[in-house]
Design a protein around this ligand. Structure first.
Ligand SMILES: [Zn+2]
Length: 462
């Protein structure tokens, strides 16, 4: 047996015990948002720290104003080949209400079988305790067979992911030196489907802005002032209409700076995905894709930026009718960002775009509503290629480079504060009932997830 095969065999031999450990971990009611469960969060953190220490990863439970952070470093990280990785997952879970919709006690994890598929039931079984243990159990098997891990490994387990991570930013800032490694591995995402492994390589960022246009110094009668008086609703509508051309392209100058076209192999992969544009739209009662022409729906959702209007106010909108020319009109606008688009630059350019179209006797105010850049790993990033090949070896299918329309804050925080890229590999499924009653994790996700990490660690060492 090769080195790798013997570790994989150890994973298989350990699997019953790995499952028992997951049952134990699910048993902690670590609901981070509810202060009643503070002690349960503490216990979960201590349990996992104890497990890590047991396999030679020197681990401490750090108190925070909220729930603890669990930080560990492999006892032997010197002179290892490959990148030093920081593995991230979270031990807290979502609340379980409404409890009556669960088929069983959410914290009394059980293995059951449905349609020939074996699953483990319970809150956190998938998000994120099962995912977290895939990595821990992979390290355990390595240690048992070889006494050491193939690359340098550090660990960060958070207990507030499901409640907005209030302690994370200060903690990362205070432990910058300790936590800045070469690469973050994040295990909190899904596969493409139950057979097809995926690495999430693109996450869209966000820039939110509210625009308030003021014309006259008070609301006016449209008979007495209609004509000469500037109408802020007209001005705002014209500006909003100008923001896209007929092909759905955003017209803010410089908006597409930093937007990259998909690499040809990723494009080919996406075009071949069993993703049904018509079905996706039919589900919400639509049939005509409305985004940028020339891009598939999947591409529009995951790899293209947007500028959407989320709300407009102005004038009289109550019942009946009022012949008023409003003094003010406003719009809330959000841009989803990709690649290296710079949210601050786009905000600045949007404001200039508005002011260019504003009559000289009117004024505009802005309210910022947050910003975060997108995240993307370049297709030729070496760890990504190694990770994709390792997953393919385990699952027997090409690894999909997946995008995600929304964002995962931890990824930009790792980048901004720790200067580290993140590789997002997860084995959860869309059907795992994450955040819902009857959450489950397929035993295959768990078992092959552990085996996958063994292969990824070996591949990163090469
Ligand atoms: Zn999660």
């Amino acid at each position: 047996m090769t080195n790798l095969d013997s570790v994989l065999a150890q994973v298989d031999a350990n699997f019953d015990d790995s499952l028992k450990r997951l049952v134990t971990l699910v048993g902690f009611k670590s609901i981070s948002t509810d202060p009643d469960y503070k002690e349960e969060c503490q216990k979960a953190a201590e349990w996992i720290a104890n497990e890590l220490n047991g396999i030679g990863i020197d681990t401490r439970v750090h108190e925070t104003p909220g729930h603890p952070m669990v930080v560990g470093h492999d006892s032997d990280t010197a002179d290892k080949p490959g990148p030093h990785v920081l593995f991230y997952a979270h031990y807290d879970v979502q609340p379980v209400d409404p409890l009556e919709l669960w088929d069983d006690d959410p914290f009394n994890a059980k293995v059951f079988e449905k349609d020939g598929v074996k699953m483990i039931f319970g809150r956190g079984s998938s998000d994120d305790k099962g995912q977290m243990l895939t990595f821990v159990e992979a390290c355990r098997a390595y240690k048992e067979v070889h006494g050491s891990l193939p690359i340098a490994v550090s660990i960060l387990f958070e207990g507030e992911e499901e409640s907005g991570s209030p302690s994370l930013l200060p903690f990362l800032n205070a432990h910058k030196d300790e936590l800045s490694k070469d690469l973050a591995l994040v295990c909190d995402t899904t596969m493409f489907d139950p057979e097809t492994p995926a690495i999430t390589t693109m996450l869209r960022g966000l820039m939110g802005e509210e625009i308030i246009i003021t014309a006259a110094n008070r609301d006016l009668h449209s008979g007495a002032y209609g004509g000469p008086a500037a109408n802020p609703i007209k001005i705002l509508s014209r500006i909003l209409a100008d923001l896209h051309d007929d092909n759905g392209r955003v017209q803010i100058p410089g908006f597409y700076d930093g937007v990259e076209e998909l690499a040809p192999d990723v494009k080919a992969q996406w075009d071949a995905l069993p993703f049904d544009d018509a079905e996706f739209l039919r589900d919400v009662g639509l049939s005509i894709p409305a985004g940028e022409t020339g891009y598939s729906v999947y591409e529009q959702l995951n790899a293209r930026p947007t500028c959407e209007f989320n709300g407009i106010t102005g004038g009289y909108t109550g019942s009946g009718f009022k012949t008023v020319i409003a003094s003010q009109a406003s719009a809330k606008i959000s841009c989803r960002l990709v690649g290296k688009q710079d949210p601050d630059k786009i905000r600045e350019n949007l404001r200039a775009f508005v002011e260019e179209r504003l009559p000289a006797d009117c004024s505009v105010d802005y309210i910022e509503h947050g910003s975060a850049p997108g995240h993307s790993l370049s297709a030729d990033f070496p760890p990504l290629q190694k990770g994709a090949a390792a997953l393919k070896d385990e699952w027997g299918k090409d690894t999909i480079m997946m995008g995600m329309g929304g964002s995962i804050p931890i990824v930009s925080e790792f980048k901004d504060i720790l200067g580290m890229d993140s590789m997002l590999i997860g084995y959860a499924l869309e059907t795992d009932n994450i955040h819902s009653p009857n959450e489950k994790y397929n035993l295959e996700s768990y078992h092959k997830g552990i085996r996958s990490w063994v292969r990824v660690l070996a591949a990163l060492a090469e």
